[in-house]
Design a protein around this ligand. Structure first.
Ligand SMILES: C[S@@+](CC[C@H](N)C(=O)[O-])C[C@H]1O[C@@H](n2cnc3c(N)ncnc32)[C@H](O)[C@@H]1O
Length: 188
């Protein structure tokens, strides 16, 4: 059980969708990179399944929270404070990312950098998409949360251009948006 840490944010449905997708993969001995780890919900659960986990976040509070959750669960997770891959090294079997995807800018009253991804919701995501292939093993897998609010077709097109095949492995519909977990791997 991962406790939400006050001052960071509360894991939402999309976190649990991504968690289900991650836990459906064999994780023991795998190198997992959890980008934008937040509370560490994905990172800590992967470590509990025997993965070697690196958790990355731009927000130091998130990393404190992740470390506390890891300690509470008796597992070790490597934490790196970084703007995306700026301070990340190595390659990984699995990369997870639940990006800040809600359209919104700093001038909006409900702006929250944990969830707001700029005007079109893609400010962080588009930078991530061009960087992650350098850190993914040849036969590695990307698990990514996608929303109908931030042009998921554009994500499919970018990944296709980068030589990846994608499939939507889960879907949840709300009155204001649909969420998917997208799995991407390199074309054989
Ligand atoms: C939607 S939350 C997801 C948190 C967690 N992975 C989950 O599923 O519950 C997005 C996370 O990405 C982090 N983040 C935002 N911009 C980032 C960036 N440029 N580099 C690394 N992390 C970033 C935020 O601080 C936040 O913790």
């Amino acid at each position: 059980m991962i406790a939400p840490c006050n001052g960071v944010y509360k894991p939402e449905d999309d976190s649990y969708m991504l968690l289900d997708a991650l836990l459906s993969l064999p994780l023991a001995g795998k190198r997992v990179l959890d980008m934008g780890t937040g509370t560490g919900i994905l990172a800590v659960n992967a470590a509990l399944r025997g993965a070697h986990v690196t958790a990355v976040d731009i927000n130091p509070l998130a990393l404190d929270c992740t470390r506390r959750n890891a300690e509470a669960e008796g597992v070790w997770v490597r934490t790196i404070q970084s703007d995306l891959f700026e301070r990340v090294d190595g390659t990984y079997d699995i990369i997870t990312f639940n990006p800040p995807y809600l359209p919104g800018t700093e001038s909006d009253p409900d702006y929250d950098p944990a969830w707001s991804g700029g005007k079109d919701g893609r400010a962080v995501l588009d930078r991530f998409l061009v960087q992650f292939p350098n850190y993914l093993e040849k036969d590695g897998v990307l698990l990514l949360v996608q929303s109908s609010l931030n042009d998921p077709e554009k994500t499919d097109a970018i990944l296709s251009d980068l030589g990846f095949v994608t499939r939507r492995i889960s879907e949840r519909r709300y009155f204001y948006e649909t969420l998917w977990v997208l799995e991407a791997s390199r074309c054989p």
